[in-house]
Design a protein around this ligand. Structure first.
Ligand code: UDP
Ligand code: MG
Length: 318
């Protein structure tokens, strides 16, 4: 028996893009159902992440389409960001689905990769990661920063799949396991590998966004990058500790040098060295406090254990 697939798609201000995406996906789902690769009960779960435009109206319209009942959706009570919206979708869809595939609303992830994912699933995989085979459609800036970032993450001891965004298949079993991760600060592509189980990758070409604009401006990208490091690794704190030790040792050596120098009668000293060291130490201390503060802030937010999302409407329950 073919399994029930739920495609989970977070949408934020995607009124322009959604009709185009829906059309392409509807065709794809029909084909997959026709080929018997997925159950006819399969659906597309559109998550409205508190959009300010008509996204929810579009979702409701798709849900009400006479010629298909493939579209369903949930509406979050407000904008919570891509990661939370995705999690909300997965946590809702697991009540109805055997397998879930998460993807973006902008068709940048090639929907034809779904076939490959389903094949891996048939081989017994619980998680299948979609991996970009090239990044040609990205700007050189995004490509290079991404590469550097993966390197940094690796240095921090984080297990991550290169060039994998959040396009992936997960079985209900894997999503149930993910539900046990109670952290509030989400970096899903770093968390999912911790779930374990048999997993594999499927390569695909990433397309350009067809309509609408990226919801990830540089500032958000940076915040997300820091989130990735601090929520998965404590190495930055250790690094600073090590740096502190080194600087302390160096300063002791310098002190000894000056004392010996003075013993030989060289008392004429410029103030430059003094000022420079004060600034250097001051800067380092501030950096250290900043890094520690980042973690304390995280602890603060985690202990509050606020809900990661609140669902306003679930079309599946109507
Ligand atoms: N998104 C979301 N909430 C947000 C921002 C983005 O649900 O606060 C969705 C967005 O609608 C899209 C996906 O997350 O489906 C990825 O966003 P986008 O394509 O803008 O990011 P990029 O591909 O440029 O990294
Ligand atoms: Mg995109």
């Amino acid at each position: 028996m073919a399994e029930i697939l739920y495609l989970v798609i977070p949408c934020y201000n995607e009124e322009e893009m959604l009709p185009i995406t829906a059309k392409a996906i509807m065709k794809k789902m029909d084909t997959l159902i026709g080929e018997g690769k997925i159950s006819p009960k399969s659906k597309v779960m559109l998550v409205d992440d508190g959009s300010k435009d008509k996204t929810w109206e579009v979702i409701e319209k798709l849900h009400g389409l006479a010629q298909t009942d493939i579209f369903t959706g949930i509406k979050l009570s407000r904008n919570r960001g891509h990661q939370n919206a995705l999690l909300a979708g997965l946590m809702t869809a697991r009540n109805y689905a055997d397998i879930m595939i998460s993807m973006d609303a902008d068709l940048q992830d090639d929907i034809n990769a779904i076939d490959g994912m389903l094949e891996k699933r048939a081989e017994g995989c619980e998680i299948v990661y979609g991996v970009r085979s090239s990044r040609e459609t990205d700007t050189a800036f995004k490509r290079n920063t991404a590469r550097a970032y993966y390197k940094v993450l690796e240095m921090m001891g984080v297990e991550i799949t290169y060039d994998h965004a959040d396009y992936r298949l997960m079985s209900k079993r894997a999503v149930d396991a993910l539900a046990d991760f109670k952290e509030v600060n989400l970096f899903l592509r770093g968390m999912v590998p911790m779930v374990g189980f048999k997993s594999d990758i499927v390569k695909y070409e990433r397309n350009e966004r067809v309509a609408g604009e990226s919801k990830y401006p540089l500032k958000k990208m940076l915040a997300f990058a820091i989130e990735g490091i601090t929520s998965l690794s404590v190495k930055p704190i250790r690094f600073i500790t090590a740096l502190g030790v080194i600087i302390f040792v160096v300063s002791i050596l310098m002190l000894m040098y000056f004392l010996i120098d003075k013993a030989f009668g060289n008392t004429e000293r410029g103030w430059a060295s003094t000022i420079v060291s004060i600034w250097a130490i001051g800067g380092l201390q501030m950096l250290a406090i900043g890094v520690i503060g980042e973690y304390i802030g995280k602890i603060y937010l985690e202990t509050k254990a606020r809900p990661k999302f609140i669902i306003d409407i679930n079309l599946e329950e109507k």
